[in-house]
Design a protein around this ligand. Structure first.
Ligand code: NAD
Length: 697
């Protein structure tokens, strides 16, 4: 047997132990050993039952990602062949599930005839998250165990279920308290005593609620609506339908055929790109992975406003004591109340236990004295967005904080170097750009100043991971990666209105294409006054910069978006659903008349191209300037912070899919037909397009 799998024999039960850390990925080192064990147990008359167990921290996390896209993927036996051998095994076979059984790991467990699990174990088929479907019989076996409705739910969301729930669903036969192997062995002995043989899932039938035809029609409609053109969920529904209506082998063939098509599809390629892109962001070419990090045992946050409160919650969630400071007791109290309300709402939704909430809240101390921050290992400043205010704060922090503390700013636009340079320790200064709400949004732009020390960078990246965020490094520039690009996106959305679109038309096209929301609805959410302030600054800084003035018109009316109940849409607050407003339509048409703008019909295709290529073109400048380390980092910024559809892989990956030549030629067309100075193709884009290359090479 291979080293990754071992075989032992106890009281008539063969035990196949998988040991391929960290998560028992079903790689080429493990598969042959499992197969040998099944064959040996099947052939030995002394063996009356077989247990498969994971010795690493999990039963199995599925395919071994380290072997993705390598020839090792196809080393025999395949998982499918192993599961066939399980089906053919004349002895009852039991999966002993500790930690988790996910993807191929759960398919292996479903190849067993029985399953026992530790109470905290998780079971799931998350393939949909990579744009795939479970391809080793999962779509055929899971419905036979839990019924069609639950199987559709589990596989189209990809979310795992905990052992208790799995027991209720019939996916697990017994919960083991205490030692997993001992529990599995006693379960096996019970089977032997009761002379219960193999119970092959393939021989069972699928339970469907009501008439199958009506059930699957409804499932298709619901899943289709939620997945908006993303193919994997509907393919999963089709496989479950096959499981319910066709013999097992036919259903299995259908699963295989549909799986193969998805693997080749652009959506799954995009999601797999995202999977690897997320693992890349912490790799920094000039900062080795073993760079020592500074310990972060305590923290301070300055400013108890929108962002400060959310940032403090990140520390508390990670078990790090944090003090939150603001100028007045009133401001501090307001911020702290908001934090408590936030936690309470999570508790009321059943997503957090009351004791846990109390524990986290007890980690947050409030103060009005800056000196209380002095012993913290890191301080994050989240005061008003003004250079003079920030510089003044950093001078004070420099004199207060202990040596070696990290001094971070949450600025969204200001020059981190200019902030660092007012201190005597610019090497300890860094930008941590959180996104609102800071306790929810996964993106964290980590802004590396010209003098930021390597260990400060490594520590901050690690802290981002501790917060369960996607930390992406950005160089210093106005707006960093994400907001610098979004400005161009917003700019196009306004031009589109100038030229004849309604706000709803622009938003609907972007939403249909897959964005979480359209640019104008997003503006209403963020606050239209923010863009207005930036444009006013731009009119002075960059007089040649062309902007539509329609965004200023709406802001001048005091329509700042959701916060004022009116923006590009109107709102029946607290309901945040955007409602088209005839007043806005009227304002836009008067504005067009005043500016003497000829309108025309604009297709959804053009809307999407202009929005997305505006992002891509600016991103190419950002990449060329070295503000972003790699194209996939830019993709992660948009995927984790701006509602970009994961199955399109991020703006750079999407541009690669379209072909940079095609992207360039559209941009050139826009450049000649529309606002000439706006669409200047980035030199890097031109170069790569001419060389037939990609951003994500
Ligand atoms: P906010 O107005 O909600 O909160 C700022 C807080 O800082 C206020 O409570 C204020 O009393 C306090 N403050 C001001 N000067 C202070 C001082 N000298 N000492 C202590 N406290 C002081 O602002 P916000 O939205 O939380 O933004 C804070 C920072 O985060 C800004 O730099 C902003 O650009 C950035 N940011 C905001 C967002 C967002 O969506 N709101 C997103 C990313 C970054």
């Amino acid at each position: 047997m291979s080293e990754a799998a071992s075989y032992s024999f106890r009281d008539g039960v063969a035990v196949i132990s998988m040991n391929n850390p960290p998560v028992n990925g079903l790689g080429s080192v493990l598969r042959p050993g499992i197969m040998d064990g099944i064959k040996k147990a099947g052939a030995d008359p002394a063996v009356k039952a077989v247990v498969i167990i994971g010795l690493a921290k999990a039963f199995s996390g599925g395919a071994d990602i380290r072997e993705f896209n390598t020839p090792k993927m196809t080393v025999p036996p395949s998982l499918h062949e192993i599961i066939e051998a399980q089906d053919d095994c004349p002895k009852p076979m039991i999966a002993a599930i500790g930690g988790f059984a996910l993807g191929g790991g759960l398919e292996l467990a479903l190849g067993c005839h029985y399953r026992v699990a530790l109470p905290e174990s998780q079971l799931g088929l998350p393939e949909v998250k990579l744009g795939l479907l479970p391809g080793a019989g999962g779509t055929q076996r899971l419905p036979r165990m839990v019924g069609a409705a639950q199987a559709v739910q589990m596989m189209t969301t990809g979310n795992p279920v905990a052992a208790e729930k799995a027991l209720g669903l019939g996916l697990v036969d017994e919960i083991v308290q205490g030692d997993l192997l001992e529990g599995a062995l006693s379960f096996a002995r019970k089977l032997i005593e009761q002379k219960q043989g193999p119970r092959r899932i393939r021989d069972m039938t699928v339970k469907v609620d009501g008439d199958p035809k009506a059930f699957f029609e409804k499932a298709r409609a619901e899943v289709g609506k939620a997945s908006r053109g993303f193919p994997a969920p509907l393919e999963i529904v089709a496989c479950v339908e096959a499981a319910a209506t066709k013999p097992f082998d036919e259903g299995r063939n259908e699963e295989r055929r549909r799986f193969a098509a998805l693997v080749e599809g652009k959506e799954s390629k995009a999601l797999r790109h995202m999977f690897f892109a997320e693992r890349q962001t912490t790799k920094i070419p000039d900062v080795p992975e073993d760079t020592p990090v500074r310990p972060i045992r305590s923290a301070a946050v300055i400013g108890a406003g929108t962002m400060g409160g959310g940032i403090a919650m990140n520390f508390a969630n990670a078990g790090i004591p944090v003090s939150m400071m603001d100028v007045t007791q009133e401001a501090v109290d307001r911020g702290f109340t908001k934090i408590k309300d936030n936690y309470a709402s999570t508790v009321s939704k059943g997503r957090l236990k009351q004791e846990e909430m109390d524990k986290r809240i007890s980690l947050i101390k409030t103060t009005t004295k800056l000196e209380d921050a002095k012993d913290a290992d890191i301080v994050i400043e989240a005061v008003f967005e003004r250079m003079d205010v920030k510089q003044d704060m950093f001078r004070k922090l420099d004199s207060v904080m202990k040596p070696g503390a990290i001094l971070a700013t949450n600025t969204s636009t200001l020059d981190v170097n200019a902030i660092a340079d007012v201190t005597r320790r610019p090497q300890d200064v860094i930008g941590t750009h959180f996104f609102s709400p800071a306790n929810v949004m996964r993106l964290l732009e980590v802004v590396r100043g010209a003098k930021t020390a390597k260990d400060v960078l490594a520590t901050t990246m690690k802290l981002g991971k501790t917060f369960k965020k996607v930390p992406v490094i950005s160089g210093v520039c106005d707006g960093f990666i994400g907001n610098r690009m979004v400005e161009k996106y917003g700019q196009q959305s306004l031009f589109l209105i100038d030229e004849g679109c309604s706000p709803r038309q622009v938003d609907a096209a972007a939403y249909k294409w897959g964005m979480a929301m359209g640019p104008l609805a997003m503006g209403d959410m963020v606050g239209l006054d923010i863009g207005w302030e930036i444009r006013k600054r731009r009119y002075v800084e960059r007089p040649n910069f062309v902007y539509s003035k329609v965004g200023d018109k709406i802001a001048e009316l005091g329509r700042y978006g959701q916060k004022t109940g009116k923006g590009w849409y109107k709102y029946n607050l607290p309901d945040r659903k955007p409602i088209p407003d005839p007043e806005v339509e009227r304002m836009i048409s008067e504005y067009r008349k005043e500016k003497n703008i000829q309108t025309r019909q604009i297709t959804d295709e053009e809307i999407v191209e202009r929005l997305i290529y505006a992002l891509v073109n600016e991103a190419a400048y950002i990449l060329e300037e070295g503000i972003a380390l790699r194209a996939s980092d830019i993709d992660m910024v948009y995927l984790s912070g701006y509602g970009f559809p994961p199955y399109r892989g991020g703006p750079m990956f999407y541009a690669d899919t379209v072909g940079l030549k095609n992207v360039l030629s559209s941009i050139q067309k826009f450049q000649s037909g529309y606002q000439g100075t706006v669409w200047k193709p980035a030199p890097l884009l031109v170069k790569l397009a001419n060389e037939g290359r990609k951003f994500n090479d």
